[in-house]
Design a protein around this ligand. Structure first.
Ligand code: GLN
Length: 535
């Protein structure tokens, strides 16, 4: 199989693991893969199951059991949440590598995640936000390290590695496919709400049943993980006791993550809107609220600044004479492209979820389904398309596009996904639109994902100087993090009330990504040169 599946996952360790001789698991793979497959399947079940409800729960009125936040605030919180999940993966990887080992990090991470989901099953604001914080911390510990453990099952030359990652990636998408169906039913289905009422329970609390189901999923993953620990005995061990523990560096990584999250939150305008409203409501002073309304696009300036810094960094490294600096410049070009890609793609659970809920006719052969079920469609497309792509890359062999071209294709397809939505936005004036639009959107986005996401990590790993491998993996997660935050900022302009504005919403973003695609395409020969022979 191709190198497709290593999405966002750190690279394997070099020494020969005992499992490299074991062929008794799925498809002749090491048995440890089965453990990791099911643990990650359930973890993703919980992640995507909760994510499918998140923006809907935040934006629904209190009468419908929601928090009643405006779209803008909800999208910014959503963006901060998804950003933090990826950002804290850097910290989680660092903690595992230098302190507790991946095996224990996955266990602790899973417990923290389950606690977070159960916290959200309670009905207060405090438990909601505490749940989000716990899930980001837990996922930061679990997600990068479970992937490292998959890599660690194989020796450097084991031919089963790519197939192993493909199987693992299927586990991710099976979990992500099933969970919105379950949590969405519990949170949104009318017949379920009727059951709740019949049992004497408040049907408005249906959302919390969905969150609880996510917690149950993570708990099942933990049970599987604990029961099958022996299969992992050889991988994910803590570093030897005599190895120094870099506490100071831990402090720096932890603090830098917190500062970045806080800075992005302050700059996106979200807390200012909240503070402005608070000051107006509690103290009757209008000043701050009107300052924010005069500067509604605070977040956009920050994004502009971030981009400028990144472009400056590419230029700085590209024009240094040594080979290594040029490769770092290439890494930064890929970083930039990935960030823009995720900024569109990661709106799936925010603006696109609102489009599904408010503007799509969610009926299949006359039967209505919960809007959160749309969150399964990307995974369904991955499961359908991954074998096609694996076949395609094998068939093309040496003639397959280079990684800069694949990245360009990734951007092109996410741009097309929003171009595809422009006619849909025009049609919403006449009522809810056909499901065909969102099916098409997710088709284009998944094709883009297949082109960019798997190639990204392996290219990063190949370009990184050996001593900077960990850092470069962190950079790959950072692209996901910043892209997710940007997705929140962009989604905060979503509206379901004005078709004209909605057309602008899709077309401006499509144009932006279209321009980035053209620039990346024009830079292909230059990027290849910067890569210095790495394919
Ligand atoms: N769907 C993949 C996962 O959940 C990748 C998502 C991402 O990197 N943004 O692992």
């Amino acid at each position: 199989m191709s190198s497709f599946p290593n999405v966002g996952h750190p690279v394997p360790i070099e020494n020969e693991p005992a499992s490299s001789l074991d062929r008794s698991g799925i498809g002749g793979q090491p048995r440890g893969l089965t453990t990791l497959f099911f643990t990650e399947m359930w973890e993703r079940f919980s992640y995507y199951g909760m994510r499918a409800l998140l923006i809907l729960y935040m934006t629904k009125a209190a009468a419908d059991g929601g928090l009643g936040f405006e779209t803008k605030r909800a999208a910014l919180i959503y963006g901060t949440y998804t950003m933090s999940v990826y950002l804290l993966s850097i910290l989680g990887g660092f903690i595992a590598d230098n302190f507790i080992g991946a095996r224990r990090a996955v266990l602790i991470g899973g417990i923290v995640i389950a606690t977070g989901h159960f916290s959200m099953a309670c009905t207060s604001h405090f438990t909601f936000f505490a749940g989000l914080v716990l899930i980001t911390l837990g996922t930061g510990l679990l997600k990068p390290n479970i992937s490292t453990m998959v890599g660690s099952l194989y020796s450097a030359t084991d031919a089963r590695r790519d197939a192993g990652f493909s199987i693992f990636y299927m586990g991710i998408n099976i979990g992500a496919l099933i969970s919105p169906l379950v949590t969405g039913y519990l949170a949104q289905d009318d017949s379920w709400k009727a059951h709740l009422a019949a049992w004497g329970l408040d049907p408005r609390h249906s959302w919390h049943w969905g969150f609880a189901a996510a917690g149950v999923g993570m708990t099942l993953g933990l049970v599987m993980y604990l029961l099958q620990q022996d299969r992992l005995a050889a991988v994910g061990n803590a570093p030897a006791a005599h190895q120094p523990r870099p506490w100071a560096k831990l402090g720096v990584v932890g603090l830098a993550s917190l500062i970045l999250i806080a800075a992005m939150m302050l700059c996106d305008g979200g807390p200012w809107i909240w503070l402005g409203n608070f000051v107006r409501e509690k103290l009757g002073i209008n000043g701050l609220a009107s300052f924010v309304s005069v500067h509604p696009h605070l977040g956009h300036y920050v994004v502009g600044l971030l981009f400028a810094i990144q472009i400056a960094a590419v230029i700085f490294f590209a024009f240094r004479p040594d080979e290594q600096s040029k490769r770092i410049a290439a890494i930064l070009v890929f970083f930039f492209a990935a960030e823009i890609f995720w900024a569109i793609f990661e709106q799936a659970g925010s603006s696109m979820s609102l489009f599904a809920d408010q503007l799509t006719d969610n009926r299949l052969l006359g039967w209505s389904f919960p809007s959160s079920w749309w969150q399964s469609v990307n995974s369904a497309w991955v499961i359908a398309l991954a074998p096609v792509f694996a076949w395609l890359w094998i068939k093309l062999g040496a003639r397959q596009p280079s990684s800069p071209v694949k990245f360009t294709l990734g951007l092109l397809f996410v741009a097309l996904s929003f171009v595809w939505m422009i006619p849909a936005a025009r049609l919403v004036g006449a009522g809810k639109v056909s499901p065909i639009w969102l099916l098409g959107l997710y088709f284009f986005q998944t094709v883009g994902e297949m082109c960019l996401s798997p190639v990204g990590l392996s290219t990063m790993a190949k370009l990184a100087p050996q001593r900077l491998l960990g850092l470069v993996m962190g950079i790959w997660f950072l692209a996901d993090a910043l892209g997710s935050k940007l997705a929140g900022v962009l989604a905060s302009d979503f509206t379901s009330e004005d078709p004209g504005e909605l057309v602008t919403f899709f077309s401006h973003q499509a144009i932006g990504v279209g321009v980035a695609t053209l620039v990346l395409f024009a830079l292909v020969p230059w990027t290849k040169k910067l890569m210095g022979g790495v394919k």
